[in-house]
Design a protein around this ligand. Structure first.
Ligand SMILES: Cc1cc2nc3c(=O)[nH]c(=O)nc-3n(C[C@H](O)[C@H](O)[C@H](O)COP(=O)(O)O)c2cc1C
Length: 236
């Protein structure tokens, strides 16, 4: 009986030691200044990981129109309506206090079934409102330090903002929020485009007031993103 008890105790002690050893392996003890090794991750095993991995800027495009369905998906990915959130419908990109300062414009040159022009994306009913007629890509390139990518692309999206919507609630800090939101919407559009076989580049170097003029009096422009099928000289 006594021997049996000692044996049971022994098993308990050994089990306890094994658990402690496993835990010690699971939690590396580190001191300040030391590195912690990350586990190996097969990030390219997920579709999103692959899109992020292969994203890159492209400034030359095939002379080929882009399907309106693809353009619609890209527009939706910026500020389109998504699931019903806690306080109502939410959007593809987050917005500080749901103040929604962003407006998205489509500068269409070669988009299937769409007259060249400047269009405002109406996210609530998934439609476009024309704000200026005709292909404005050449003029737009001219006020963006003559960056040829804008002229060469079949279309560009322009992310603009009404800062007052956010600064009205958050004061000066709201400016930061607006620009963070523009980055989120732009990255969504960039990755959605990649997902559809399109590529492009973010353009931040332009004359604000002249861009506003060319595009028919839009809010403050933050990012111009020419997009299209990558040119022949592009390879991964
Ligand atoms: C905010 C911002 C503004 C940018 N403005 C321009 C621009 O005006 N012209 C341009 O050719 N590229 C512009 N780029 C693209 C960068 O040059 C590009 O992302 C960088 O060279 C890294 O290359 P990759 O995108 O292929 O990784 C901009 C990128 C960001 C994020």
């Amino acid at each position: 009986m006594r021997a049996e008890l000692i044996e049971k105790k022994g098993i308990l002690v050994i089990s306890f030691c094994i658990i402690m050893l496993v835990m010690a392996g699971a939690f590396q003890s580190v001191s300040a200044g030391e590195d912690v090794e990350l586990p190996e991750v097969e990030f390219r095993d997920s579709e999103l990981g692959e899109l992020i991995f292969y994203r890159s800027s492209v400034r030359q495009f095939e002379d080929r129109e882009v399907e309106l369905e693809k353009v619609a998906e890209i527009l939706w990915s910026t500020i389109g309506i998504t699931v019903d959130g806690v306080t109502g419908p939410t959007r593809a990109a987050p917005s500080a206090g749901a103040t929604d300062p962003l407006s998205i414009y489509l500068v269409a040159g070669q988009v299937g079934g769409l007259e060249p022009g400047v269009y405002r994306y109406l996210s609530e009913d998934e439609s476009l409102e024309i704000v200026a007629e005709g292909d404005r890509s050449q003029e737009l390139a001219a006020v963006a330090l003559n960056q040829q990518a804008i002229e060469a692309a079949p279309f560009s999206i322009v992310i603009a903002a009404d800062y007052q919507r956010t600064t009205g609630r958050y004061g000066e800090r709201g400016r930061r929020y607006v620009e963070i939101e523009a980055g989120a919407a732009a990255q969504n559009a960039n990755l959605m485009a990649e997902n559809l076989g399109l590529k492009g580049v973010w353009i931040g170097a332009f004359q604000d007031s002249q861009v506003q003029e060319v595009l028919g009096g839009i809010e403050e422009p933050l990012i111009i993103m020419p997009l299209g099928y990558p040119g022949n000289n592009f390879s991964l």
